[in-house]
Design a protein around this ligand. Structure first.
Ligand code: ARG
Length: 614
């Protein structure tokens, strides 16, 4: 629909120009060009689009809006390209122009998608509604997952991983070069205390690979933290240990490498299960650039020394006393912090290669608790002049994961939930559901099938439950809800796909991935309102994907897929498909085929694996 919307917009502009040449030229010169204000119709009975621009023009000309709209509609009527696309335009209400696409326009759009692996979704470079070429070609960075070494990956990291991956997939599909960066916490004070503690209690862990596993490491980390908080001598040694590590001492470096490697392998197990691709570029990567960050800030006059610490005072962010809050970039002991590393990362990511990534858009997926951190570093980066013209910095915040009691997600014994256990439980429960269903249906399936379906559905359920809620709100984790076969859930959509593809297959025109799309009637012919509703829903895919690219809300795509399967059900309940006469039969099979293809593509973009049978 974006291609059509774009064509209509151009036709409306021409009509405006022809109807009001002087006003259009004048407005152009004044730098306030007239806009036809094309938008999707607010109600289906108004057609496909509406143009509201006549109202603004009427105010300017002090004339009745319906008269203005009438003049525009007359010009549209004289435009043969418009008449090709649309039924005659209608004036409604105070002066809206309603536009309804011709059935043959819709049918032709749909035909063009049969056998198109992109289902009519343009890449950003081919999108008729596109900002600039440079923007399309420059990398987009998605900074996501980003757990901390020697600590357990927790449900917050799981959300970041799932949401970040889905966004990266959509951006990649749109043709943007995407850098998926794992900004792991692999630097800083935690290593000083961990190394000091391990030297005393488990020295082998610092010199031999695999001497301990991540579970032990996490326990050692907790002990080290407790000692650090209680014991001043331990604190002092830990600080020396950090300095040693950061100055490149080979023994500390080796210990650090081993600890990172241990965690990395553990994280990878989770990424493999979730099918997540990520490049690790941890905080330590930016270590060589930290001095330059401070020097740059000093050179641009932003740096202030306050109580021994070097900081930048933030604009528009004040503390309780009404005074501007500082962002500390170098502590009084000379150390750098989380914010300094993020400043160095922004500077590096925007810098032109080979000194940096040359990115145009940086997207950070973390919990909403880090919103003020990102607001602060974004502001300082802008004021320091590191953000190129058109460069975008976006924090993609998400809410907390809560248990069904509305409190922070915990195990029954009150511990934090380990991700491995959480995924295991999802798969176990999905397996139990499946075995129950097979028994009810008296179906025999082999073990391989059962394992494949249980694993796919379990993982899909966890991902989809997260993606389908508006990420900004807190999110209640419930195995029962996410695994339900009814409602806006992964099992429902996976099942819808299997069913729709099955119908298309029975029709004999192919429905599997990559199967040929030959043999459908040309032109496609539709008559029933349920068919048209489904056609229009199918044609929204490109708009929804462009919206996710822009607004970074994967739940839009989830709702779209759910509404699509509902539109399909209404169609299939009320309109005969396999028993219909040609060309209705083939045209209806085309709807089945495209519904299946759209579900498969959409779920794929969310990182949800699909099944042929379940
Ligand atoms: N390691 C951080 C955490 O666990 C998240 C890092 C997010 N990315 C960033 N560039 N700060 O909370």
């Amino acid at each position: 629909m974006r291609r059509i919307a774009h064509a209509l917009e151009a036709q409306l502009r021409t009509a405006l120009e022809r109807a009001f040449p002087d006003e259009v030229a004048e407005a152009q010169q004044a730098g306030t060009p007239l806009d036809p204000q094309l938008a999707p119709a607010s109600q289906p009975e108004f057609g496909d689009f509406q143009a509201n621009g006549a109202l603004a023009l009427a105010r300017r000309l002090k004339q009745p809006p319906r008269v203005i709209a009438g003049a525009i509609v007359d010009q549209l009527a004289a435009d043969s390209a418009f008449a090709e696309l649309c039924e005659p335009a209608q004036i409604a209400g105070p002066g809206f122009i309603n536009l309804t696409l011709r059935p043959r326009t819709l049918a032709a759009e749909l035909s063009a998608r049969l056998g198109d692996p992109r289902l009519g979704v343009p890449t950003a470079a081919d999108d008729p509604v596109q900002a600039s070429f440079a923007e399309v070609l420059a990398p987009v960075i998605v900074d996501f997952s980003s757990p901390n070494i020697a600590k357990e990956m927790h449900v917050g990291h799981l959300r970041s991983t799932i949401i970040g991956d889905a966004l990266a997939r959509v951006l990649e599909f749109r043709g943007h070069p995407v850098l998926r960066l794992n900004h792991v916490g692999d630097w800083g004070t935690q290593f000083g205390m961990l190394i000091t503690h391990l030297k005393q209690v488990a020295p082998e862990a610092l010199s031999t690979a695999d001497a301990i596993d991540l579970g032990d490491l996490v326990a050692f980390y907790r002990q080290a933290k407790a000692r650090f908080d209680a014991d001043e001598a331990f604190q002092a040694t830990s600080r020396e240990e950090v300095v040693k590590l950061q100055s490149g001492d080979p023994v500390s470096r080796r210990a650090w490498d081993l600890l990172c490697e241990q965690s990395r392998r553990e994280f990878q197990l989770i990424y493999d299960r979730l099918d997540i691709a990520l490049s690790e570029r941890g905080e330590s990567f930016y270590n060589p650039y930290l001095e330059a960050v401070v020097a740059d800030l000093a050179a641009s006059g932003l740096l202030v020394t306050d109580a021994g610490a070097q900081c930048v005072f933030l604009e528009g962010v004040t503390g309780k006393d009404g005074r501007p809050l500082p962002l500390i970039v170098r502590k009084s002991d000379g150390g750098f912090n989380y914010a300094t590393t993020d400043l160095a990362a922004i500077r590096y990511r925007f810098a032109a290669p080979p000194e940096g990534d040359g990115a145009r858009r940086l997207i950070y997926v973390t919990d909403a608790g880090q919103a003020s951190h990102f607001a602060a570093v974004f502001q300082v980066a802008r004021r320091a002049g590191w953000v190129p013209e058109g460069g975008r910095l976006e924090h993609v915040p998400f809410g907390l994961v809560q248990g069904e009691d509305g409190k922070k997600l915990k195990t029954r014994s009150g511990d934090t939930v380990r991700l491995k256990d959480l995924l295991d439980e999802a798969v176990e429960r999905s397996e139990a559901d499946l075995r129950r269903r097979l028994a009810e249906e008296e179906r025999q399936e082999d073990e391989e099938f059962i394992q494949l379906v249980a694993t796919t559905v379990g993982i899909a359920a966890v991902k989809y439950a997260d993606l389908s809620t508006n990420r900004i709100t807190n999110y209640q984790f419930s195995f029962d809800r996410m695994l339900a076969l009814a409602g806006n859930t992964a099992p429902y959509l996976l099942y819808a796909l299997v069913r729709v593809a099955g119908i298309a297959r029975r029709g004999g025109l192919g429905a599997g991935e990559g199967e040929s799309a030959e043999g459908f009637p040309d032109p496609l012919v539709f008559s029933e309102p349920q068919e048209w509703a489904l056609v229009r829903q199918l044609l929204q895919l490109d708009t929804v994907i462009a919206e996710v690219d822009e607004e970074l809300l994967p739940n839009r795509l989830c709702s779209y897929l759910f509404e699509l399967s509902q539109a399909f059900n209404r169609f299939y309940d009320q309109v005969p498909v396999l028993k219909a006469e040609e060309p209705a039969r083939g045209s209806r099979l085309a709807l089945c085929r495209l519904t299946a293809d759209t579900l498969r593509l959409g779920l794929g973009l969310l990182g949800i694996p699909t099944l042929e049978r379940m």
